[in-house]
Structures are given as structure tokens and as C-alpha cells.
Design a protein around this ligand. Structure first.
Ligand code: C5P
Length: 207
């Protein structure tokens, strides 16, 4: 009851697949914090603001994107419109770190997340450190950039080298909010299938 499990990690480390699998195994929803940062970014892009412009806060106030967490997948709604399919566009990948670096944007996202009813699995960069330091179990996923780029290449049109370079650049920009919690179990997912990572985490949570 009220249990929160956090799964943080670098870009394309398998967080959302793993979080969804763990959530389904436990029969609870998962919460993708990255989708909220992506929704903020899409609002900024569609308002034609320069990257990381604080005026995005006006858009958030006028019409706040709403995260809908489920075990199978998360969706983001803006009024009547479902933004989800637009949130993984390359322009959002490229613009998101500048918005995520703004303390006011982080405060807005944190507020949305903390208002969600537990139990759930929360996935992102700083779930175990800043947002839910009280979580019952914390995990941190890593993998070599090449491995992550290979996984992403199925979902993106660019070639492997470009994808890897973009991931490494995003890691650098996100570094400030991407440190593992001191009490997180760090898992290198490079040699493991998603199912193996899920099984490992579920076993740990149940132990
Ligand atoms: O997890 P995902 O790659 O979808 O996250 C998109 C971006 O959102 C990250 O690159 C990062 O800039 C930001 N983010 C964050 N803190 C989180 C989750 C995501 O800063 N907890």
C-alpha cells in the first residue's frame, strides 16, 4: 500500500520497457516522468519559443498537459488532444534537456508526479533522488552508449552513429539530474534482455 518503486537511468537504457514490465508484474501503473518533460518541450516548440524559454510556463498554466499512467504505457493529454505519438520526435529529443534544466519546469513536473496516487513504479532520472527519496526500492539502469543506440535505432530514422552521438550529448546535458541515488541498485542492462532486468527487479522487490 502506497508503495513507490523508482527506476532511473540514462537515455535509452531500457527504463520505460522495464518499468512497464515491472509494473505489470506487480499489478500497479508506471509513471514516465520523461514524457512530462517531453510534453513541456512540445508546448515550447509549438509556441515557437526559443529553446529552453521560460515563457513555456505560460503555456503550462493556460493548458497543463496531463499524464495518464497505466501499466501498459503512459499517455499525455492536452485538453482533448492526445500528444503521446508526437513526444518521441527527434526535435523533442533535441530540445528536451534545455527545458529540463529549468528549475521552474522541474518544479512543475515534480508537482504533477507527487500528486499521483501510489502505488506505482516511477521512471526517469531523479525519481529516487529528488522526487521520491522515500521510495521503498530504487534501481538505476545503465548501458554502453553503442548498445543503447542499437536499441534506439529500431525507433528512429537516423543512422547508428548519429543516434549514439545524440544519446551521448543528451547524457552530458542531463548529467546534473541523472546521478544514481546512494541507495539504488545499479544494473548494467548491456548483457541482459529486458525480461531479465524485469525479473531481477521484481525478485529484488519481493525479497
Ligand atoms: O526518459 P526520456 O528519455 O524520455 O526523458 C526525456 C528527457 O527528459 C531527458 O533527456 C531529460 O532531459 C528529461 N528528464 C529529466 N528528469 C527526469 C526524466 C526526464 O530531466 N526525471
Amino acid at each position: 500500500l502506497g508503495v513507490i518503486i523508482t527506476i532511473d537511468g540514462v537515455a535509452a537504457s531500457g527504463k520505460s520497457t522495464v518499468a512497464s514490465g515491472v509494473a505489470r508484474a506487480l499489478g500497479v501503473p508506471y509513471v514516465s516522468s520523461g514524457l512530462l518533460y517531453r510534453a513541456v518541450t512540445l508546448c515550447g516548440l509549438e509556441a515557437e519559443l526559443p529553446g529552453g524559454d521560460l515563457r513555456v510556463l505560460d503555456c503550462l498554466q493556460a493548458q497543463p498537459p496531463r499524464l495518464q499512467p497505466h501499466a501498459e504505457g503512459n499517455r499525455v493529454q492536452l485538453g482533448e488532444r492526445d500528444l503521446t505519438e508526437d513526444l518521441h520526435a527527434t526535435r523533442v529529443d533535441e530540445g528536451v534537456s534545455a527545458y529540463a534544466a529549468l528549475p521552474q519546469v522541474r518544479a512543475w513536473v515534480d508537482e504533477q508526479l507527487r500528486a499521483l496516487p501510489a502505488p506505482f513504479v516511477a521512471e526517469g532520472r531523479d525519481m529516487g533522488t529528488n522526487v521520491f527519496p522515500q521510495a521503498q526500492a530504487k534501481f538505476y539502469l545503465t548501458a554502453h552508449p553503442r548498445v543503447r543506440a542499437e536499441r534506439r535505432s529500431a525507433e528512429r530514422p537516423e543512422d547508428l552513429d548519429a543516434i549514439e552521438a545524440a544519446l551521448v550529448e543528451r547524457d552530458t546535458r542531463d548529467a546534473a539530474q541523472s546521478l544514481p541515488a546512494a541507495d539504488a541498485l545499479v544494473i548494467d542492462t548491456g548483457e541482459l534482455t529486458a525480461q531479465e532486468v524485469i525479473d531481477r527487479i521484481v525478485a529484488e522487490v519481493r525479497s
